[in-house]
Design a binder for this molecule. Structure first.
Ligand code: 25A
Ligand code: L14
Length: 359
């Protein structure tokens, strides 16, 4: 039997006290992930604190060190790129399979970068570290997969409207404080972002690169190509932070290879697992950040022909999803579920030695 018996899985969340880490724990419980032990790890700032986990009581947060990964089968990491660079290889060395939400490993050619319903087969060749995509890339992939498979895609232009929760708990507090300050006639003080996010739109997420794009925008370009297995796909992105607490929204413009009508596109989108079409403009039905919050689904609407591209090969639409759930925690747990279902919890080379081609 390849893989570890699901009945014996020990699971850890690294960065368990952060916005994404807390959501990871919540989603593991909601989905009744088959684990017999749950460990919460974080930095020295949180080690020793307790978190109340329904059904598991008060769990003490442990310091994330290399040896902490002894005996852990699967670790979900969301503690930032630096922590992942340092600790993911240490965990993998100890037989733990890491599903990493940071940007540290995503573009390494020998590390799978996986959206659960788009390229789960890439998990077959993992060697102990699996990367979870950036939230803006994540929600774009299921609808683009549908178009790729039906008519082919040539070029994608995507502009994002990103929630502050992507930056973590401190940014949520900062927006709340700025809303209060505005109402009370006080000046808005920015500390997390370079300018106040309250009542503003900031065309900068992450740092600027030499090509004029931000790192966030460039992640959408490079990660999309890797996940869709389209290394030459033409992609451009503008990533904007908006004063929304939860859920990223995206305006997407796609140039397809063969023509496609909006009605056909809606049908294709609706067939993708985890995608819901909300598209009845006459009745003001379209995806909204507030409605998507708390859901694991990707919502697509405002589907229309883009007349600026000839031959009915242009499509415009609007995509919304909860950035902490499908954009981060839920996809990580879905990856873990695929590993268990397919017997791929252990790294590919060890499964081969154990004498099984992956089931
Ligand atoms: O490099 P990347 O990949 O781009 O990722 C950068 C950050 O983006 C978030 C995540 O922040 C990550 O740290 N992130 C990544 N992917 C995301 C996604 N898809 C995403 N956000 C949204 N969507 P976060 O706030 O969600 O999580 C931070 C967690 O990481 C833990 N951590 C940090 N360094 C660690 C570590 N754990 C182990 N080893 C390390 N070296 C961190 O735990 C948190 O759980 P913590 O103990 O450091 O902090 C938890 C408590 O401490 C408070 N606090 C935070 N910073 C400070 C602080 N208190 C005092 N001083 C501080 N400087 C917090 O309020 C919390 O209560
Ligand atoms: O690369 O701030 O996973 O909204 C996720 C959160 C990048 C920044 C990543 C945000 C990060 C993003």
């Amino acid at each position: 039997m390849p893989g570890t018996s699901p009945a014996k899985l020990t699971v850890a969340v690294v960065g368990a006290t952060g916005a994404v880490g807390r959501t990871m724990t919540k989603v593991l419980l909601e989905k009744r992930f088959p684990m017999t032990e749950l460990r919460l790890l974080a930095s020295e700032r949180s080690a020793g604190k307790t978190l109340t986990v329904p059904g598991w009581g008060d769990l003490t947060v442990e310091l994330a060190t290399p040896d902490a990964f002894e005996g852990i089968d699967i670790a979900l990491f969301s503690a930032g790129g630096g922590t992942s660079k340092e600790l993911a290889p240490e965990a993998a060395k100890r037989g733990c399979t890491v599903i990493d939400n940071s940007s540290a490993w995503r573009m390494e050619p020998d590390i799978p970068l996986v959206v659960s319903q788009v390229n789960p087969d890439d998990l077959a060749w993992h060697e102990g570290i699996i990367a979870n995509p950036n939230c803006s890339t994540m929600q774009l992939m299921p609808p683009l997969m549908a178009l790729r498979d039906a008519v082919g895609i040539e070029r994608v232009v995507v502009d994002t409207y990103q929630a502050v929760s992507g930056t973590g708990h401190k940014a949520i507090v900062e927006l709340e404080e700025q809303v209060k300050a505005h109402a009370e006639g006080r000046p808005k003080v920015a500390s997390v972002y370079p300018y106040p996010i309250g009542f503003n739109a900031l065309p900068q997420i992450d740092v600027f690169l030499d090509n004029g794009y931000t790192k966030e925008e460039w992640k959408v370009v490079t990660e999309s190509r890797k996940i869709l297995h389209l290394p030459d796909l033409r992609v451009s992105c503008t990533a904007v932070r908006v004063p929304v607490f939860m859920s990223h929204s995206e305006a997407v413009h796609v140039e397809t290879i063969a023509p496609l009508a909006p009605d056909e596109a809606r049908e294709l989108f609706a067939q993708v697992p985890g995608v819901v079409v909300q598209d009845d403009p006459a009745n003001k039905v379209y995806p909204l950040a507030e409605h998507a919050a708390g859901s694991d689904l990707v919502f697509v609407g405002r589907v229309r022909q883009d007349p600026s591209i000839p031959g009915n090969r242009g499509l415009a639409f609007w995509v919304v999803s909860d950035n902490l759930r499908k954009g981060a925690a839920s996809n990580a747990v879905e990856i873990a579920e695929v590993l268990v279902e397919r017997g791929w919890v252990r790294k590919g080379s060890e499964r081969a030695v154990a004498g099984g081609t992956p089931a």
